[in-house]
Ligand binder design. Structure first.
Ligand SMILES: Nc1ncnc2c1ncn2[C@@H]1O[C@H](COP(=O)(O)OP(=O)(O)OP(=O)(O)O)[C@@H](O)[C@H]1O
Ligand SMILES: O=P(O)(O)OC[C@H]1O[C@](O)(CO)[C@@H](O)[C@@H]1O
Ligand SMILES: [Mg+2]
Length: 491
């Protein structure tokens, strides 16, 4: 999809007439490479070749509005009642964002009333709309020391008009939605309903997801804390596998459609021999299939460590009748089959059949990676996103998400955040790094013709690819077989 400048502009509620409490400071502030002035824009693309392709003057290049404080603001802070809602699955840093919003609204803008809706959008329905939490600096002072969200969260559909009624009845003119793709879709619908009904209410999104599957953001907050925790489980399983005869260590990690957690956690420990993600289909059987690969690793170094994203290999489960057709959760998200169980069973059966005696150590940390507190990096990130969100709201931006893009904080139309899914690019440099780290780009060891036995028992070299050419480490090592089927060699 080619985006133009117009696609990237965000909606304003109207002219900004009030002086910001920061206006004097901002008037005196000098722009520097580290400070983007309020009128400046941040480029969507960052390679010379991509920019050259547009053949446009610089002011017409696709770009985002810079986030940050404005000298003039839209809302009179004395008249503002803010609302906050957290929606969807948990994510490290939710409490940090809530805390940052409350502190910025009260301390900087002197907003007097902030209401937290309980349990996601459910808390904005007629039945629950009066059961809100009054959020004050005192109430939120220590909340960043715990994971989860003090507001609660939920999945499941709610009526947009009913939620608009709640905002109107509770006098809210600024709503912050902290949610994933679903939450951003709900917020977009809500903003549309608000506009249709002619209300003066800003809706600002702070996108979140541990899966890191939202586009137009460098990396979603909480992702780093989640994969750091995931990496600990990889260490545990590799210690267990290495200490067992014919040890098989398997860690299944969250990641419904995107394998970012699996990739980053694997890179963080550099202990995985095989990484399986939804974006790169694989076969179980066959010379280049997973089972042969596992056997090679076990014969070569005595054990193997496999990291699998929960969304990987769903086609294999379907082929075996292990996937409930069209199963979804309350929000319409696909319910997945258990790829971890399939791996455990098929690897055990295969290795036993070829005369090995596997000891399988399988860990599914599940919620344990997303319920943790944010690490220091994510806490800073959350706080700065919260600051940007408050500035955007006070300046009358609406249907707008605040994100970090190419290390700058920017405003993105919410609809863009839900326009597609961010996935690991099998041709990109992240997947390349995973292949490098797991040894998949090293030339394969020599093998006796017609034999499955690996002659070279040197660890990383035990991985081979039928598409390998010559000695140089090139993408040929990860080539996929024909016509977009994307079924490919694991190497
Ligand atoms: N297409 C949609 N239109 C309107 N509302 C939606 C839509 N999809 C999801 N929602 C609502 O948004 C809320 C959160 O959605 P969901 O449960 O999918 O989590 P999410 O925000 O995507 O977060 P995560 O992916 O991190 O778990 C739910 O209450 C859901 O009803
Ligand atoms: O069990 P729940 O709460 O629906 O959450 C599970 C899902 O949430 C996510 O963490 C984020 O959407 C997925 O990776 C995971 O599959
Ligand atoms: Mg989602």
């Amino acid at each position: 999809m080619t985006l133009h400048l117009d696609d990237l502009s965000v909606r304003h509620l109207g002219e900004c007439h009030y002086d910001s409490p920061l206006s004097e400071m901002l008037a005196a502030k000098r722009t520097s490479p580290h400070y983007v002035a309020e009128g400046d824009r941040v480029l969507l693309e960052d390679t010379v070749s991509m920019l050259a392709e547009h053949d446009l003057p610089s002011e017409q290049l696709p770009s985002f509005e810079a986030a940050g404080p404005r000298r003039k603001i839209y809302f009179d802070p004395a008249e503002v009642t803010a609302g906050i809602v957290t929606a969807g699955g948990l994510c490290p840093g939710l409490n940090d964002v809530i805390r940052g919003l409350v502190q910025e609204l009260t301390v900087l803008y002197d907003v007097k009333r902030i209401l937290g809706f309980r349990n996601g959008f459910r808390g904005m329905t007629a039945e629950h709309r009066n059961d809100t939490i009054e959020l004050t600096p005192d109430r939120v002072r220590d909340i960043h020391n715990a994971g989860g969200t003090i507001l609660g969260s939920s999945r499941g559909a709610q009526d947009a008009d009913e939620m608009v009624d709640s905002l109107v009845l509770r006098d809210i003119n600024v709503l912050f939605v902290i949610g994933g793709d679903g939450g951003m879709k709900a917020a977009t619908n809500l903003a549309a309903a608000i506009q249709r009904r002619g209300h003066d209410i800003a809706v600002i999104g702070v996108p979140k997801t541990i899966d890191n599957d939202l586009p137009y953001t460098d990396q979603s907050f909480g992702f780093q804390s989640a994969f750091a925790q995931a990496a600990n489980f990889i260490s545990s399983v590799s210690v267990e596998a290495a200490a067992s005869p014919d040890g098989i260590g398997i860690v299944k990690l969250m990641g419904r459609h995107s394998g970012f957690i699996a990739c980053y956690a694997s890179l963080a420990r550099n202990a995985a021999d095989i990484v399986l993600i939804p974006e790169v289909p694989f076969a179980l059987e066959g010379e280049d299939g997973l089972l042969a690969r596992v056997e090679q690793h076990v014969r070569a170094k005595g054990y193997v460590v496999i990291v699998v994203a929960e969304g990987a290999g769903q086609d294999l489960l379907e082929e075996r009748g292990l996937l409930e057709a069209d199963a979804t959760d309350a929000s319409g998200n696909a319910r997945l089959g258990d790829i971890g169980a399939l791996l455990r069973e098929s690897i055990t059966a295969h290795l036993t059949e070829v005369g090995l005696a596997p000891t399988v150590r399988y860990i599914d940390p599940s919620y344990a990676i997303r319920s943790v507190t944010a690490n220091a990096y994510d806490s800073v990130y959350c706080l700065r996103l919260a600051h940007a969100a408050v500035h955007a709201a006070m300046a009358g931006r609406t249907e707008t998400a605040v994100v970090r893009w190419r290390r700058r904080f920017v405003h993105v139309p919410m609809s863009l955040i839900t326009s597609r899914r961010n996935q690991v690019d099998p041709d990109g440099d992240l997947w390349m790094s995973v292949l490098e780290a797991t040894g998949h780009l090293v030339p394969p060891p020599a093998r006796s013709p017609g034999s499955a036995e690996v002659v070279d028992r040197g660890g990383a070299g035990a991985c081979r690819s039928t598409s390998w050419e010559g000695g140089a480490a090139t993408r040929r090592g990860v080539e996929f077989s024909g016509g977009g089927s994307q079924r490919g060699s694991l190497c």
